[in-house]
Design a protein around this ligand. Structure first.
Ligand code: GLU
Length: 321
């Protein structure tokens, strides 16, 4: 009898010791964008940092290539994604029920942190002589599929310079295809709201057809900012793109990439992701050249949705808020 009790006790002890190793893994998916943009490697950078601590948190993050910001907001809201990278302007509109979400505020959307700046980039075939956005009249222009963030930015710019959609042949294909369409002569220009440098623009510049960035002048940018507070002045540095026709850095306007989630995602998961990115900030910054301008403080700016309580817990602990 004593022997049996001992055995039972030993089994119990062994079981309880094995328990942490058996703790279940929580899988979380981060929605990004096209594979040649910056969102996709950004999802990879966040996952890499978090997955290193899989034993501590039991979290396994994976990355999904998606249509972009608008798709990501909707997928977070319907529970298909736990996280997504979202343009700051889309975050603002979704929360307030504007733009694509007219009259349908997405109350459960939460901000985690901001990441790199994104410029509303308009790149055109040099042979088409497009010097200003207004010169797009009569041209074939890819403004992106409906799930992308840039589509709305292109439309805002058209309005600011007095262009109507009917003035152009509008294409709506995904950003990863735009560079080859431009090279093949099937489009004259495309829009991409994106961090620099990135693979898509490098691909567009590397072909035989010469391409140039189309600048947005200061007056137009001022007009856009006056109407929509989430826009800011921005600049593309041409040194990132040898072969581009421009001879000077290109002025324009832009937004910020942000990491979003929903109230449905647990505080523990959001805390872990926030903490690991911030505590490994210098390593994170090295993962993409578009992060060169990041500071911990800049990662807390440009958020319009309430900060998720899991992220807030870390910011308070770290004295960042
Ligand atoms: N800003 C783009 C979008 O929201 C994606 C840019 C990227 O993938 O880097 O659709």
């Amino acid at each position: 009898m004593k022997k049996m009790l001992k055995l039972a006790l030993a089994t119990l002890v062994a079981l309880s010791m094995a328990a942490p190793a058996m703790a279940k893994t929580t899988f979380v998916t981060i929605g990004t964008g096209g594979v040649t943009g910056v969102y996709y490697p950004t999802g990879g950078a966040i996952s890499k940092i978090v997955n290193k601590k899989r034993k501590v948190y039991g979290i396994r993050a994976t990355v999904e290539s998606t249509g972009g910001s608008v798709f990501n907001v909707n997928a977070i809201m319907n529970g298909d994604l736990e996280f997504g990278i979202v343009q700051s302007d889309r975050q603002f509109q979704a929360l307030k029920g504007l733009g694509e979400w007219e009259g349908k505020p997405q109350d459960k959307l939460r901000a985690v942190f901001a990441i790199h700046p994104e410029t509303v980039t308009l790149i055109a075939a040099t042979d088409k002589n497009i010097k200003t956005p207004a010169d797009l009249k009569g041209m074939t222009v890819n403004i992106g599929a409906p799930g992308t963030g840039q589509r709305g930015n292109a439309i805002d710019l058209f309005e600011a310079v007095g262009l109507k959609l009917e003035d152009m042949n509008i294409e709506g294909t995904k950003p990863s295809e735009a560079a080859s369409l431009l090279q093949d002569g099937r489009i004259d220009a495309f829009f991409y709201t994106v961090g620099h440098p990135n693979g898509s623009i490098k691909e567009a510049v590397a072909g035989a057809r010469k391409v140039s960035f189309v600048p947005v002048d200061a007056a137009t940018t001022a007009k856009l900012i006056a109407k929509s507070p989430y826009y800011g002045a921005s600049k593309i540095e041409i040194k990132s793109y040898p072969g581009i026709t421009n001879t000077q850095d290109v002025p324009g306007f832009g937004v910020k990439a942000t990491l979003c989630t929903s109230t449905e995602v647990s505080d523990d998961i959001v805390y872990a992701i926030t903490k690991e990115v911030f505590e490994n900030f210098e390593d994170f910054k090295k993962l993409h050249p578009a992060y060169s301008v990041l500071t911990k403080q800049s990662m807390l700016e440009g958020l319009s949705a309430p900060i998720h309580p899991g992220a807030m817990k870390y910011y308070k602990e770290a004295g960042l808020m």
